[in-house]
Write a protein that binds this ligand. Structure first.
Ligand SMILES: *Cc1c(COP(=O)(O)O)cnc(C)c1O
Length: 255
């Protein structure tokens, strides 16, 4: 593995090139450093190298990890959130990328009202229509936006999607363009601003940036391959149903 500083230089130059190619500026795009399955030392290294947004996909894992990490970063939940974990999640995270149901929206707003939290939310949209992907179907997004706008104590900041893995990342372009167009329709229809588009991962972030991503979620390119689960994944009720990928070394610790 190359030193992180060198990797960052390469990522930075690809993001800058993608911005230049699409008439955007580097400042329009922020990187979410996705540290799932990695330990607190990786989070510390990321923060030392200037990352200010840490992305985790599981409440339980972040709950354990965050107290062992330096402060000074925003923690974003990039995986799906279940209703029964909203209270715990609001103690850890300020930003939620993958809101995928109206009951979860309502629960977040009601807990936020109680606790004084002011979370920023993005709705996950299943633009590709792949059955394995989470998120609202595009036709269900207007109702979700309407609901989000009616709730107090939360801010709907934008939308998130995951493209199917494509060996040729160019093929993901319609998915990212689709999310941007959906966002534009929601802004026009509701007369509101939804500035954030969370899209692009290791394989496809350059394309996502060209199509308007404001948050790219990068794990593997920064920190290497994630450890594969060596033991049966934890199947306790608390863990079931969360974003499937990314189990690994820490399952053992959490069991
Ligand atoms: C793991 C994960 C990422 C990062 O994926 P890489 O391909 O390792 O960059 C991004 N988004 C979500 C929702 C994830 O779960």
């Amino acid at each position: 593995m190359k030193p992180l500083s060198e990797i960052i230089e390469e990522v930075e130059s690809r993001i800058s090139a993608a911005c230049a190619a699409s008439g955007r500026t580097r400042g329009d795009v922020r990187i979410v450093a996705v540290t799932k399955t990695h330990g607190p030392e990786t989070v510390a290294e990321a923060i030392e190298h200037g990352f200010t947004i840490i992305g985790e996909n599981k409440v339980q894992e972040a709950e354990w990890k965050k107290p062992l990490c330096p402060s000074g970063a925003e923690w974003h939940l990039i995986g799906r959130l279940q209703r029964n974990k909203v209270r715990r999640a609001l103690e850890i995270f300020t930003h939620f990328h993958a809101i995928d149901s109206i009951p979860v929206l309502e629960k977040i707003a009601s807990v936020a009202e109680e606790t004084g939290a002011a979370p920023s939310l993005m709705l996950e949209v299943n633009v590709s229509g792949e059955r394995s992907k989470g998120g609202f179907a595009p036709q269900d997004v207007p109702a979700a936006v309407e609901k989000a706008l009616s709730l107090r104590n939360i801010t709907l900041e934008g939308f998130m999607t995951m493209a199917p893995f494509e060996p040729d990342p160019e093929k993901t372009r319609p998915v990212f363009a689709g999310l941007r167009e959906l966002r534009d329709r929601m802004e026009a229809g509701f007369g509101a601003r939804f500035p954030e588009l969370s899209m692009g991962m290791t394989n496809d972030y350059a394309v996502a940036v060209q199509e308007g991503a404001t948050l790219v979620r990068l794990g593997t390119v920064l920190f290497g391959e994630r450890p594969k689960a060596r033991v049966q994944r934890s199947v306790d009720a608390g863990d079931a149903g969360e974003s499937g990928e990314g189990g690994g070394a820490y399952d053992r610790v959490l069991d």
